[in-house]
Design a protein around this ligand. Structure first.
Ligand code: RB5
Length: 165
């Protein structure tokens, strides 16, 4: 069973490193008929990516927006930060395949892009795949997502958490 993609209201944000690409993607999205809510930043001046990651993630998990797009230099910092917001499933994607899998298998609700890693045209191809790909809804993927939600809801102690450091 698959669900129809319904991403129309898009929350978008970036830090200074992603500012130019964010502005360019926003123009493309508006031209394509999407509604964009821009959570900043508003200039190439140095700023802190968590501020924009949290704002975009909160807009998505609250239902204010249907999906989110975040851009920083690598896409790494902004995805780490967004994933601290309960309910956020932010996926760093660098090609069309990873975008398709993030939507289809992981039901990811926020796309992270690295402006210093990929070019604008590839970023736009990734965004289009992201917006057009539904979650597969397959039982095994639902089960895995439920496990993530369960852990997120209940929380785990630092002793239980296995880390590599
Ligand atoms: C900013 O220089 C850079 O660190 C940031 O955009 C991002 O790549 C962090 O993950």
């Amino acid at each position: 069973m698959s669900s129809t993609p319904k991403h129309r209201r898009i929350a978008i944000g970036s830090d200074h490193a992603g500012f130019e690409l964010k502005e360019w993607l926003k123009a493309k999205l508006i031209e394509a008929g999407y509604e964009c809510q821009d959570f900043g930043t508003d200039s190439p001046q140095s700023c802190d990516y968590p501020d924009f990651s949290f704002a975009v993630a909160q807009a998505v998990v609250s239902g204010q927006c249907d999906t989110g797009i975040l851009v920083c230099g690598t896409g790494i910092g902004t995805s780490i930060a967004a994933n601290k917001v309960r309910g956020a499933r932010c996926a760093l994607c660098w090609n069309e395949y990873t975008a398709r899998m993030a939507r289809s298998h992981n039901d990811a609700n926020i796309l992270a892009l690295g402006a210093r890693v990929i070019g604008a045209e590839l970023a736009w191809e990734i965004v289009k795949v992201w917006l057009e790909t539904p979650f597969s809804g397959e039982e095994r993927h639902c089960r895995r997502l439920q496990k993530i939600s369960q852990m997120e809801g209940e929380g785990i102690s630092p002793q239980e958490a296995k880390t590599t450091c």
